[in-house]
Design a protein around this ligand. Sequence first.
Ligand SMILES: *Cc1c(COP(=O)(O)O)cnc(C)c1O
Length: 223
Amino acid sequence: MNIIENLHAIQAEIPDNVQLVAVSKTKPEAEIMAVYETGFRDFGENKPQELREKEANLPDDIRWHYIGHLQRNKVKYLAPFVQLIHAVDSMRLLKTIDKEAKKNDRTINCLLQMHIAEEDSKFGMTSDNIKQLLDTKEFAALKNVNITGLMGMATFTDDTAKIRSEFQRLRRSFDEIKQSYFREKQDFRELSMGMTNDYRIAIEEGSTILRIGSLIFGERNYH
Ligand SMILES: *Cc1c(COP(=O)(O)O)cnc(C)c1O
């Protein structure tokens, strides 16, 4: 198994307008550096502590994507440097991100996570929840967060028709929300969907950001 070959195979396969985030959670810094040395810069992590350590040790021009569920008391660790927070699932979290971004004198790009899978365990808001959030005065008052799109995770299943229909639902919600809330906003354009098991379907259904781990780095060992 060769990480660089895996990376190049995926890069060759995905369209130019689709961005790849290499999900490096649980993987050692040496493996991230091997990928970095090919010129690749976008890495995804889902644990604040792990991300913070890697960020401190690895080159400054890496664009770190936070892809997991984020607790409000951990936002401060990521706020100084994070490139994109993929999975914002509440107004309270968004307000905390805004506050911490302001302390760091920056704007943080965020995606709103929509719940599309049948599993209860997957976080995220319904399409209605997202619209309600966007309708609030509280949301309008936030100055240091920039909503650039939506993110979702499909059910973990072999049933490709089911995965496809979940991605289609996310895509439709994205289009509706863009039309109703962000018509003039050029940078509301991202649809973060697709992982190792379902990225081909995600591309077909309009993904702009793939979050791929195992297919690049190999299986993860959780201890
Ligand atoms: C781990 C993870 C991924 C990558 O998963 P793979 O199946 O290894 O590609 C993508 N998105 C999120 C939110 C994850 O937690």
